[in-house]
Each structure stands twice: as C-alpha cells, then as structure tokens.
Design a protein around this ligand. Sequence first.
Ligand SMILES: C[S@@+](CC[C@H](N)C(=O)[O-])C[C@H]1O[C@@H](n2cnc3c(N)ncnc32)[C@H](O)[C@@H]1O
Length: 351
Amino acid sequence: MMAPLALPEPVAEALGRMLDPARTGQGAGQGAMIERYRNRREPGAAGLVSDAERRAYLRHRFPATFAAVSAALATMPPALAAGIADAVDLGAGTGASAAAAAVRLPGLTAMTIIDSDRAALALAEPLVAAANPDLAVTTRTADAAAGLARVHSGGADLVMASYLLNELPGDRADTVTDAMWHSARRAVLIVEPGSRVGFAALIRARQRLIDLGARLLAPCPHVRACPMGEPGQGDDWCHFPLGYDDPFEDQQGRSTEKISFVLAILPSDETDADGIASPADNRIVKAPMRRTGHVVLDLCTRSGTLERRTVTRRQGKDYKAARAADWGDAWPDTQAGDLSGGPSDTEGDPS
Ligand SMILES: C[S@@+](CC[C@H](N)C(=O)[O-])C[C@H]1O[C@@H](n2cnc3c(N)ncnc32)[C@H](O)[C@@H]1O
C-alpha cells in the first residue's frame, strides 16, 4: 500500500535535461551535500548552499524524495485524494514532493511551492509542471512559517512539508507545524527521513498536531503517545523502507529510501460522508518474518501498543494475506494473528 511511484517519463526527461554532466561531476560540494543528507546524525540546518549542491540534490535526492512522498500520499484514502483541489508544499526545494502530489492527487488543480531559496524554486517549477502540465504552479520565496501566513493566507486543502522540519531548530519547527495546521482546510502531510533525527522531528510534529485536534490517517492507527517514541524503546523508531528505481543511479538494483511520516486530517472532515476509510486497525511496523508454516507480524495497534502476532498456516486466507503483507501495510483486526509476546525488540527478517 505504500507503493512509491516510478518517476514519470516527462519528469525524468526534464530532470535529465537539467543535469548537465559537466556541472554535476563529483565536485567537493556534492560529496558534502550527499553526506549531510544521507548520514546526518544531528538535527539542524543542512540547506543547499550553492548551485552545484542544488543540482546534486536534483541528481541524488529528487528521485528518492519523489518516491518517499508518493508512497506517503498512497496512504491517503481515495475519496480524500480525489477531493484535494489545491495544495501548498513548504520547503519545496527542487520540487520533488510537489511533483509527487501533482501525479498522485487526481483532483489537484493548483499547487503553491514555498521555499526560502529562490534558486531552488526556479529549478522546481518546470519539474512540477512536467509532472502535471494542467496544474497551476505558483512559486513563493519566503520563510516557511511566515510564508504561509503572508503569501497564502487563504489556506489550502493539503499543506505538506517533506524533509524540512529536521532542518529547523525545534521551536521553529513547532511554529511551522502550527502554521501548517492552521492553513490546512483538509489535510496535513509531513514526511521526514526515516532516521533517528528525522523521526525525532516527526514525532514532535505528530504530537503537536494531535494537541491541535488532528485525526491521524497514517501510519498511526491511534492518537495516543507513539509507542516507538517512548523511553525504553531502545534503538527503535518508526520508519518505513521504500524500494524504488532511480533512473540516475549507476549501480544495479533498486534503491531504498527510509521515511517517517504522518498524514493528519481536520476533525471536522466529513470522513464518513466522503467514504474515507477509518485509520488502519493496526500498522505493520517492521519487516514481516515469513517462517515455515507461520508469519510473525510486528504491529502498532489501535490501542497504542506494539504487539507481535503470529499467523499460522492453519489460518487459511489470513495466512496467505500475512505472507503477502509488507512493512507499512495495514493489518485489520478481523484478520487473524495470535498474540505471541509483548513489544518486539528485534529487527524483522524479511526472508
Ligand atoms: C532537504 S530540502 C527538501 C526539499 C523538498 N521538500 C524535497 O523533499 O525534495 C529542504 C528545503 O527546505 C528549505 N528550507 C529550509 N529552511 C527553510 C525555512 N525556514 N523556510 C523556507 N524554506 C526552508 C531549504 O531551502 C531546502 O530547499
């Protein structure tokens, strides 16, 4: 269900045209930028500090963030996705998230992309347009929080930010989260890297949205305290790995991007009338362990706990469903699974 989209051909072509090989050779700026984004362990500003870095970001991160945001958007119930007419992308950078929304949301007619970096927005605009030529794309050079109030006071159906909050000091991230909530007419989507640093920013924003009255659609099946954010959870944090094809990656095989995210809706949303599904009963939060004759699932449950359940061959169609289930999928309570212990503490074995 969290299936990333492949980069659409027109976007890949537009991206390819922008990536002049002479300017994107392995310069020192690129190496530093890639290191910061892939392996950063501390929160704080990362930023794109030069034209070389912006283009390196396009080359190395655009396909990954497009995959990440398209996968997060795939958790949006179809009735809601179809009802999103306009969206704002904060910290839009070179436009991957906005491009993903342009493809994923069938009713989207207007997209505003806001960033403090004018040069990044100039790269983003044609890429978002390539993703959906019918979309009205507006660019705004502004600070994320101030920008929402100043240049987009009318709000939007969807307000999204990806790979932004972990770059901001905590109080600034809080201000941005609040501004996102107050500007959203229907939904807020926040996507962060699936690292400790990204999750720390994400869980802080999640709690803030809940305190403001949000209902969560994904991945959380509840609005209680995140059981993976609790002290004592050791090395665990809630994240989801996504396999995707990177058209610019030289190495063979699929690339993997890890994300932490939250999709929230306003409590006033007429979800039932719109046919929007309730949140998942349970979310599979690690790789299912497929053993001979049984599958072990690690679940985050509607009651806000982590539970390990075992589905055996004797459980017929549920066993078949468990064998096909993926990390990140919903697991309904109507499907089987015997409790097989308390909170899990081991990484799942995807075999
Ligand atoms: C890691 S990039 C993410 C870009 C894009 N969202 C994506 O997923 O590909 C972070 C972006 O946030 C922007 N940014 C950082 N702090 C900002 C702020 N306070 N206001 C507006 N934009 C900001 C940076 O200029 C950069 O373009």
